[in-house]
Design a binder for this molecule. Structure first.
Ligand SMILES: NC(=O)c1ccc[n+]([C@@H]2O[C@H](COP(=O)([O-])OP(=O)(O)OC[C@H]3O[C@@H](n4cnc5c(N)ncnc54)[C@H](O)[C@@H]3O)[C@@H](O)[C@H]2O)c1
Ligand SMILES: O=C[C@H](O)CS(=O)(=O)O
Length: 486
């Protein structure tokens, strides 16, 4: 085990099933490595279908007890869990950076961001209200109550290994559900650490179960096929989301899908250029471009085009690629060699079709998973960087003339997660915000995420919302009780 992690009391290497930390059945293990160096950090249990079935059984067995706890009891446990995460945020951030690669400051921000969902739903747990509906007939009362949906399966990605899981477990437990979690095999440690702290917070055995394994389809087949699992909540790529939705159809499971994105950031001539540059830097290069709401297409009006490119290039020149544990690092590696190769393929496709490299445009010599922060000018909709989610530190810039053209370009995608626009014109803000087909629109701001907003997309970016006052609905069923003979 890596010396850094060896001293941590939060590094768990086994799965969590029914309150027990257990090895894989055949003692199989998978390697978790440091994307900055490629070195092995630790080996963790490599579980599969059999362990997943036991985890589902545990969650099923724990559901009656957990769903019967009072909202106040669930709220108190979630608050305690939140306090423990905040207390251990530095150690959790070190673990996250080690396995995912993002700079420590971003990792710490993610830990606190994920914890905020736990605190939010600790409060929302106490606000699950019903209705009394006036009946048309005398002597009758129509009463509506909300009940937890049951056993939930949560499958999460590697890019935000702590926050994406926290924003699923929190509403599930707040609603009274129990849960089986499958984190990404690339980054299981952050999830397992959350599970350990949840136990310490008093979450009863079987309420949270965690299955880690390299055979994601085998685990997924069990989670989507089990009649005891009533809901699947997934955060990840659109192709996998579509597959999981199909697999859930046989048992008519509820699904929440937080899928891929292809965000446009639209910079109009009248934009505050400082605001626009800052917004582009955050939304394009956070987590080295590996976020679902990254600006994937920079649409810049012709009047500001050259100045925007010049200013963005200057700012990108200040980036410092490196190991996320180094305090001077501003941007870390991509998650795998394959990811880095995929980014370079998209860049070379654009260059081959006429894009002009303003800066970067090739892998970095820092290591096989590092890619140079890249700005491509003269990009066109024929290029892969227009159609595909880049998921890397590459900013393709597209020129437009009119508002109508910007709206048309923005909407020319099957995705619909986030979009951004920068302008000082109030009429244009309303017209464009309402005309573009995305679940979330940032106006003169790209740091839009928080636990208080309904996070989610439309079209092939998914269904359902996470966080906000809306987020609990995805974990509740609505029941009518018609009281007659009164
Ligand atoms: N909308 C959001 O909130 C959001 C947030 C983060 C990431 N994402 C998206 O996630 C993608 C990047 O993450 P990723 O590479 O981990 O995505 P991915 O879809 O490859 O994997 C996501 C999770 O699904 C699991 N998985 C993969 N195939 C599976 C299968 N057949 N059955 C069951 N589970 C399976 C993986 O092991 C992982 O845990 C990007 O498209 C990004 O936009 C979306
Ligand atoms: O990658 C997707 C995350 O949901 C982005 S954010 O951290 O929630 O903004």
């Amino acid at each position: 085990m890596n010396v850094l992690l060896k001293n941590s009391r939060l590094v768990m290497t086994q799965g969590l099933i029914n309150g027990e930390w257990v090895d894989a059945d055949q003692k199989a293990t998978l390697v978790v490595d440091n994307p900055a160096t490629g070195e092995e950090l630790v080996r963790v249990a490599d579980m599969g279908a059999a362990e997943t079935r036991r985890a589902i059984t545990a969650a099923h067995g724990a559901f009656p007890g957990w769903s019967a706890t009072s909202a106040n009891q669930r709220s108190l446990i979630l608050e305690t869990w939140y306090d423990l995460i905040i207390k251990h945020q530095d150690e959790l951030a070190l673990i996250l950076t080690a396995e995912q690669g993002k700079p420590l400051a971003e990792a710490k921000g993610e830990i606190v961001y994920g914890a905020a969902y736990i605190k939010w739903f600790a409060e929302e747990a106490k606000r699950v209200y019903g209705d009394v509906i006036p009946a048309a007939q005398a002597g009758r009362r129509n009463i509506v109550i909300k009940q937890p949906i049951g056993v939930v399966a949560a499958i999460t990605p590697w890019n935000f290994p702590s926050a994406m899981l926290a924003r699923k477990i929190a509403p599930a437990l707040a609603a009274g559900c129990t849960i089986v979690c499958k984190p990404a095999a690339e980054t299981p440690l952050s999830a397992l650490a959350l599970g350990l702290l949840a136990e310490q917070a008093g979450v009863p055995a079987g309420v949270i179960n965690m299955v880690v394994g390299s055979d994601a389809p085998a685990i997924g087949n069990e989670l989507t096929g089990s009649k005891w699992v009533r809901k699947v909540t997934f955060t990840g790529s659109t192709p996998v989301g579509k597959l999981l939705m199909k697999q859930c159809a046989d048992t008519v499971k509820r699904t929440s899908m937080e899928l891929g994105g292809n965000a446009p950031i639209i910079i109009f001539d009248d934009a505050d250029l400082d605001q626009a540059i800052n917004g582009a830097l955050i939304s394009k290069f956070r987590n080295s471009g590996q976020t679902c709401i990254c600006s994937n297409r920079l649409l810049v009006q012709s009047g500001i085009y050259d100045r925007f490119i010049e200013r963005l290039s200057e700012a990108v020149g200040e980036f410092r690629l490196g190991n996320g544990q180094d305090a001077t690092t501003t941007h870390g590696p991509l998650i795998t060699d394959k990811a880095a190769l995929g980014v370079d393929e998209k860049v070379q496709d654009a260059v081959a079709q006429g894009a002009r490299i303003v800066t970067g445009g090739a892998p970095s010599d820092q290591g096989s998973r590092f890619y140079q922060p890249t700005i491509l000018a003269d990009a066109t909709p024929d290029m892969r960087v227009f159609r595909e989610e880049i998921f890397g530190p590459v900013a393709p810039i597209f020129k437009f003339e009119t508002d109508a053209e910007a709206i048309e370009l923005a909407n020319s995608t099957e995705y619909g997660l986030a979009a951004y626009l920068f302008t000082q014109n109030l009429s244009r803000i309303w017209k464009v915000s309402e005309a573009i087909d995305f679940g979330m629109v940032g106006v003169n701001e790209t740091a839009i995420s928080s636990e208080a907003i309904p996070f989610g997309g439309v079209k092939e970016s998914g269904q359902g919302r996470e966080g906000s006052k809306y987020g609990l609905d995805d974990y509740l069923e609505t029941k009518l009780i018609c009281l007659g003979g009164l």
